[in-house]
Structure formats: structure tokens, C-alpha cells
Design a binder for this molecule. Sequence first.
Ligand code: ZN
Ligand code: ZN
Length: 308
Amino acid sequence: MATLTRDQFIRILNGMNIELPLDTKFEPKKLQQRLHKALDAAQRFRTIFPNNAVNPANYPLWKPRRPLYPVFQRNMKPGSHWATDPRGEMSTSEMPLPRDPVVEPEIVFNKVVDTIDDISEDWDTESRHLSIMLRDCDSSRAVFVRVFSVHEIDVDTPLMFLGYMVIERLEQRDYDEILAGYLEPGEAMLMYFLKTIEQDMFLQLLSLNLKHISPTAQPPRQAQNPRFQLSFFMPITKIAQPDVARLAKNTGCVVCGRNTTGKCMTCLAVQYCGKDCQRKHWKAHKNLCRPTEPSRDPQPTLAKDAAS
Ligand SMILES: [Zn+2]
Ligand SMILES: [Zn+2]
């Protein structure tokens, strides 16, 4: 699976109100963990599923006449830093935009949330049969999503149970295979045009929720294809402030990105994993290091974190 760069991870998190400095030395793997925690906070996963494992079959189907879109859409409460897509609202005739400018990572989360809201609306209007191709005109990679069913976790929480597959080189025969193998007679496949980075972010969410699916969960019989990976969508909310604070904390040692054990005792502004990194950094840091108390002379002394 193509993955996001360090810079993209940080800027996507910044777009979710999780403000990490761009020079954070975290490895991409650690940034991915941080992103997954942020996504779990945004879909309130731990609150709704304290036992972690999701088996959609344990929940009733969403009521046939109750529209899904208003429930998905009302959960969006823009935050102060909520980035908007400069492309704005587009009519169908204007899409796709194969030559549109590079997507700023800060708006990618917003785009994913908007797309999930749109998918919930499609579920309402397409008589609850839904197959979607997330693709882009200038990239050959695409993500195929089939929504199997929608379940009522509680009265305000629907869950779209789905299968997805990544198609690395989209060709006509992939459409033919999907049309022949997955779609019900007469069912249409809807197309969403998403840039590569937006697809990457979708795959982050899908692969996170794949891990939340219980090993006992089964796809419906007609969709038991080995290429499908099981996952789901739930309504996405603004991340609660305590979670924002928790997720923006601990940005790692400024030199190596490892967990910190203390900070510069003179200025209390820079965090390190230990004395070695602090010594390495001193040559650069000493010009910026200002004592919090005027009586202290700048020197490379490590103040230990109380918590560690
Ligand atoms: Zn270090
Ligand atoms: Zn200092």
C-alpha cells in the first residue's frame, strides 16, 4: 500500500486540529499511530465500542425508511482550524478535474469526511445498493468499495459495513470483473474522483477499521470474495478538546524522535530522549536557549520528566 510521507502525516494531523510541529522527528510509523488515534477519536470509536471488536451482524439493520445522510452530515461541526477545500463546491459537470492543483494535506481529512457524507447520501438515493470506485484521472490506483449493509449501533449511530479492495492498475477489465462479479443486476457503480493523497487517507481509515472488525464477522454470502477486505464507516465528528490536547502532546525528542525523558533545564522549551541527544543538539541549541530564570546560566542540563 502506498503510504503517506512524514510531512503529509503531520500536515494532515494539523488539518484535524492536532498541531504537531513540522520538524517533529517522529518516524512515519509513529505518526501513523498518532493519525489512527486521531481517527478513532473523530469517530468516537472507544466510546461506542469499548471492547474493540465490531461484528455488524450483532446489530439490527438501519431502519429502511430512515435516511442516513442527515445522521452522517449533522456530526460535522467545523472547528476553528477547520480547513476548507479551495476547489469549493463542484457540480457534476465540472468533475473530474484531472489538472487541478496539488491538494494541500491540511484539507485531506475534510475531503474524506465530505466524501463519506456523500456516500451516505448515495446509500439513501441508490435504494441501498451501493458500489463505489474512488479514483483519479491522473493515477492508475483506485479503491473499490462495496457497502453491504448499514447497521444501527444505537439510535444515533449508523455503521456502514463494507468490503474494499485496492486496484493498483485500473483497467477496463477491472470494471468488467467488478460488474460481472460484485454488482447486482442493474446496479450502478458510482465514481468519486479523489487524488492519490486523498485515497491514501481513505486507506488509512479503511485499514484502521479493518483492524476493528471482529474475526467472527462475515460478509454477506454474495460478497464472499477473497479480494474483499472488511471494514466500515461511522459518522465522523469534531475531535473533542481533551483528545486534541492528548494527541498534540509528546512530539518526541527533537533530535531523534524517540520518546522523551526530559527537557532542557535552562529554557524548559526543548525535549530530549536523554543526555546523548541533548549533548548532540547543544551546539545548535545554545544560541537559542534562554533561561527561564535570569540567574541561571545556559548549560546542557537535562530536567527529568516527572511522569517518566
Ligand atoms: Zn533523542
Ligand atoms: Zn535550552
